[in-house]
Design a protein around this ligand. Structure first.
Ligand code: ADP
Length: 231
């Protein structure tokens, strides 16, 4: 369903972030992207969302080369994916419910659909009882749950997560990963860039390791073991 074919990304300043990357990810897979800082993980996710454009190569999503779609089509592309980030990116002048609702409004959902669906996803992340609170009144783990609910509310077939546990303590991080696991079991493909060794080692998923813009390892049921940075 997702296929990178000889994908190269060189940023305007000449940095080669990805160097002829080939990778294929099937529907329903759970993939960890690992690698040192600057390896190219975020660039891969940004190319998938068309936040950046490839320098060369092709990226197929459900058979369509998304490097070729027009600016106008990008919002439709993004509806197929939910995204969560390390820093949650919630709106603090809105309640938990409204933050999730916002994502449905953007895609033109009716009030009735919103009333039905938002509690369902808040329930999935265990936060229904905090629907009326503001993000600033929540713990980091709870804020990430809200972000996850927002990412899932439109039922995307793909969830992209960039360091989603980077701001969370290990216990809370594992709780968030349980939710990821459940979401994956329901059929959503997950691509998660992470430095969380303990999570990758425990979860035994497919691990794609990137180094200097190249895939250096692709292992099902793999562990983290990214080379420690030499002092
Ligand atoms: P990772 O997510 O693995 O830390 P990134 O994909 O963010 O790596 O970055 C890969 C390389 O591209 C790094 O050398 C980084 O400095 C560079 N890079 C990322 N974004 C930009 C940008 N907007 N302009 C120039 N260079 C960038």
């Amino acid at each position: 369903m997702i296929e990178f074919l000889k994908v190269t990304k060189e940023y305007d300043n000449g940095t080669l972030a990805l160097d002829e990357v080939d990778v294929k990810i099937e529907n329903g897979e759970f993939v960890f992207l690992v690698g040192s800082s600057g390896a190219g993980k975020t660039t891969m996710t940004k190319l998938l969302m068309r936040e950046e454009n490839v320098t060369s190569g092709e990226i197929y999503l459900y058979g369509e080369d998304i490097t070729k779609i027009s600016q106008k089509e990008i919002p439709y592309l993004r509806r197929k994916m939910g995204v969560v980030f390390q820093d949650f990116r919630l709106l603090d002048d809105r309640t938990v419910f409204e933050n999730v609702e916002f994502a449905m409004r953007i895609v033109g959902a009716t009030r009735r659909e919103i009333r039905r669906r938002v509690p369902v996803v808040l329930n999935m992340v265990g936060l229904n009882y905090k629907a009326k609170m503001r993000p600033s009144e929540l713990s980091g783990g709870e804020q990430q749950r809200v972000a996850l609910a927002r990412a899932l509310v439109n039922n995307p077939s793909l969830l992209i997560a960039d360091e989603p546990t980077g701001n969370l303590n290990p216990k809370v991080a594992m709780e968030i990963m349980d939710i990821f696991e459940n979401i994956n079991k329901m059929g959503t493909t997950i691509i998660m860039a992470t430095h969380a060794k303990e999570i990758v080692d425990v979860m035994k998923k497919r691990v794609i390791e990137i180094e200097d813009g190249k895939i250096v390892r692709d292992e099902v049921g793999g562990e983290y073991h990214v080379k420690p940075v030499e002092a």
